[in-house]
Design a protein around this ligand. Structure first.
Ligand code: NDP
Length: 403
């Protein structure tokens, strides 16, 4: 039984903490700290009601490294699970190094003043974690996270090489709002409005945001328009699968979402350049995030399913020629809400954060240094996806994707 410190108290954290409390034999002692203690207390109350488990709560600004180091030293957890925002990744890694504790997150570092998420800032910590005999696991959510584990499972059990890879993320479901994002609005809009990038023949090709649209019929959702965009696991997949000829990431958006986003972009509301307003400096995107519905309030009204998966084409392991496989999970918003009080987008991220933490504290995944999901054995993680709420299926397709 391990002691865990989770940082951040949004939708993803809420799911991860509930699921940790449901795995008492692995997570014996759960501590939760965030900028707003009230939100930690609300999660702790729900966890107590649903599972009977007590969660200790604290207030912390994770960007204050000395204060965070002190808190980690006081609690002495086996692992710090960062479910705050990507901006806090580096300060939390610094505090983990100072306190001598391992680290896990679900999204790679992004500087506040530049909408650019890349792994190099965190990969640069490898030697320091290695010398300290500590492990940092990056990107243990769904995408990134499960998408990389799905790909490596195909590479271990079905395909000797992977030539083409498409990640298909369908956030199906309806939350009943004219415009809302299903995870942190600031991070979500920064991601969606950034130029698209995909991997092709050894390099990233950049194209304008939302310029490539394809209709795809998603099981348990139906036909949806999906748009090619950049997503961080493309960087680690390209690094750890050197034979990849092409890798792309697709996400579905409804016409209403696109219409609202286009207007907001056209009037400058998605900008991260500071503007002066009534004698004060404000960031338009942060102001927009403040007035949009909070993702954690969407749980009760969101209906339908998410469907996220990977289609990979390559040379079959058994020597039977080129094969294409589609591996995916379908998750119901209503079932996720029933179980944890959060919708499926938080659920599909919080459950893999719990599983990655379980892999580390049980020693099924180990190492000294900074690691991506692609470097770990996919099998024990895939087993826990099946047993802990995100069952997956794999099927052989007739041939490579036609788009
Ligand atoms: P939320 O915005 O709902 O929650 C973020 C939490 O972090 C809030 O409780 C917030 O506090 C807290 N926080 C922010 N700044 C600080 C700080 N300086 N110190 C301490 N706490 C802080 O986000 P989500 O739960 O939707 O997402 C959490 C993470 O998961 C994000 O990094 C997101 O990018 C990632 N994610 C990953 C996905 C994947 O599949 N890999 C998918 C979806 C999300 P406060 O309440 O005071 O604002």
């Amino acid at each position: 039984m391990s002691k865990i410190l989770v940082i951040g108290a949004g939708g993803v954290s809420s799911v991860a903490v509930h699921k940790m409390a449901m795995n008492k034999t692995i997570f014996g002692d759960i501590h939760l700290a965030s900028r707003t203690k009230r939100k930690c207390d609300a999660i702790a109350t729900s966890v107590k009601e649903r599972t009977g488990t007590e969660v200790a709560t604290y207030e912390i600004d994770a960007e204050e490294v000395p204060a965070l180091t002190k808190l980690i030293e006081q609690i002495r957890p086996a692992l710090v699970v960062n479910l705050a925002l990507p901006y806090q990744d580096l300060p939390i890694m610094d505090a983990c190094l100072a306190a001598g504790v391992s680290y896990l997150d679900t999204a790679n570092y992004e500087p506040k003043d530049e909408a650019k998420f890349e792994y190099h800032w965190q990969w640069a910590y490898h030697d320091r974690f290695k010398q300290a005999g500590l492990m940092a696991l990056l990107g243990s959510g769904f995408d990134p996270g499960v998408t990389s584990v799905f790909t490596m499972w195909l590479k271990k059990h079905k395909l000797k090489t992977i030539r083409q890879l498409d990640i298909l993320d369908c956030n199906g479901g309806d939350h009943g709002q004219a415009f809302a994002t299903n995870f942190n609005p600031e991070i979500n809009i920064r991601e969606v409005t950034a130029p698209a990038r995909h991997w092709e023949n050894g390099q990233f090709i950049e194209t304008p945001a939302m310029a490539h649209k394809v209709e795809f019929d998603f099981e348990a959702v139906g036909p949806k328009n999906m748009y090619m965009m950049y997503h961080e696991e493309l960087e680690s997949l390209a690094k750890f699968i050197p034979e990849l000829e092409r890798a792309r990431f697709w996400m579905t958006f409804g016409d209403e979402y696109i219409k609202h986003l286009t207007v907001l972009q056209n009037v400058g509301m998605t900008s991260i350049a500071p503007v002066r307003y009534q004698g004060q400096e404000i960031i338009p995107l942060q102001f927009l995030a403040a007035v949009l519905p909070k993702p954690e309030t969407l749980g009760e009204t969101t209906k339908g399913n998410t469907n996220i998966g990977v289609i990979a084409t390559g040379e079959a392991l058994d020597g039977s020629g080129e094969k294409t496989y589609y591996i995916k999970n379908i998750c119901s918003h209503e079932a996720a809400y029933e179980e944890t009080g959060n919708q499926a987008v938080s659920y599909t991220t919080g459950v893999p954060a719990m599983i990655g933490s379980a892999m580390m504290v049980t020693g099924k995944w180990s190492g000294d240094g900074v690691f991506n999901m692609e470097e770990m054995d996919p099998d024990p993680f895939m087993e826990m996806l099946n047993s802990d709420g995100l069952p997956w299926t794999v099927e052989e397709l007739d041939g490579p994707v036609g788009f």
